[in-house]
Design a protein around this ligand. Structure first.
Ligand code: COA
Length: 255
């Protein structure tokens, strides 16, 4: 397994840590595969009752690795990114997100599949898909309106504008904002609280809150079809070239 994903089990609590701080924990195909395997293993491992997902360094994750995406675009449902989404959407145990910094793209949409989300004050969130000539993913077209309301979801997904931790708390995307030096302890305390609950009751509660899992997976698949097609677009090539050239993208020639 790639060492860019670290796992650590402490009693009944599994921590999954994105470990690519120099690239803001941007997620490559190998990292998605590793996380999908870890989640599937953890779901059937009765010694694990709660999972925590967090980042290393000053970031949660800057989202999909844009180079990896442009060079090896996911083409079908077996692609690592979709395997990861399926593993998250199927996971039956509570997951706590520890948003220790920037949370872009899937860094924000991942929160829609977590049961608790706790951020530090410096965390920054964004759903920049449209700016990259992409479309919403990970069932965010369905779940983001549920969390933040339709009007706010339209604004966030169509503008791609970043927002801070205070706004994320106000929108209901995170449940708490705690000082950075208290994040680890808070995650541990919350995880221990959940690990002490009757596990079957917690699983059933999660399933009821999630609602129609088959529908969520169908939306992930429908979005993925459009997303994969967009990855082949000239608009995306311009967006990715602009990012790595550190210049603004110019979409004026597209109609
Ligand atoms: N894919 C690939 N590399 C990425 C990346 C990504 N999504 N996000 C950051 N990186 C790399 C940068 O290229 C840079 O690499 P370098 O040091 O070799 O030049 C390094 O990580 C640090 O990023 P930098 O942009 O210098 O940090 P910052 O603090 O100024 O900005 C972000 C942080 C997250 C706001 C900014 O990197 C960003 O906007 N990233 C792209 C986010 C994105 O669009 N994700 C995809 C969503 S689908």
């Amino acid at each position: 397994m790639t060492d860019l994903i670290q796992t650590e089990q402490d009693g009944a609590i599994l921590t999954i840590r994105l470990n690519r701080a120099d690239k803001k924990n941007a997620i490559t195909a190998a990292m998605y595969s590793a996380m999908a395997d870890v989640l599937r293993g953890a779901d059937s491992n009765t010694s694990i009752k709660v999972a925590i997902i967090t980042g290393s360094g000053d970031s949660f994750t800057a989202g999909n690795d844009l180079k990896d995406f442009a060079e090896n675009p996911p083409k079908d449902p077996t692609a690592p990114v979709f395997a990861f989404m399926d593993a998250m959407a199927s996971f039956t145990k509570p997951v706590i997100a520890g948003v220790n910094g920037v949370a872009v793209g899937i860094g924000t949409t991942l929160l829609l599949h977590c049961d608790l989300a706790i951020a530090v004050p410096s965390a920054k969130f964004a759903l920049p898909f449209v700016n990259l000539a992409l479309v919403p993913e990970f069932a965010s077209s369905l779940l983001l309106p549920r969390f933040v309301g339709v009007r706010k979801a339209q604004e966030l997904l169509m503008s791609g504008e970043a927002f801070d931790a205070e706004s994320a708390l106000k929108f209901g995307l995170v449940g708490a904002v705690v000082p950075a030096d208290q994040l680890a302890t808070t995650l541990k305390t919350k995880a221990a609280m959940l690990a002490a609950k009757p596990p079957a009751a917690l699983r059933e509660t999660k399933a009821l809150l999630r609602g129609d899992a088959a529908h969520i997976k169908a939306v992930i698949a429908a979005e993925a079809k459009v997303f994969s097609a967009r990855l082949q677009s000239a608009e995306l090539q311009e967006a990715v070239a602009a990012f790595f050239a550190k210049r603004p993208a110019d979409f004026s020639k597209f109609s």
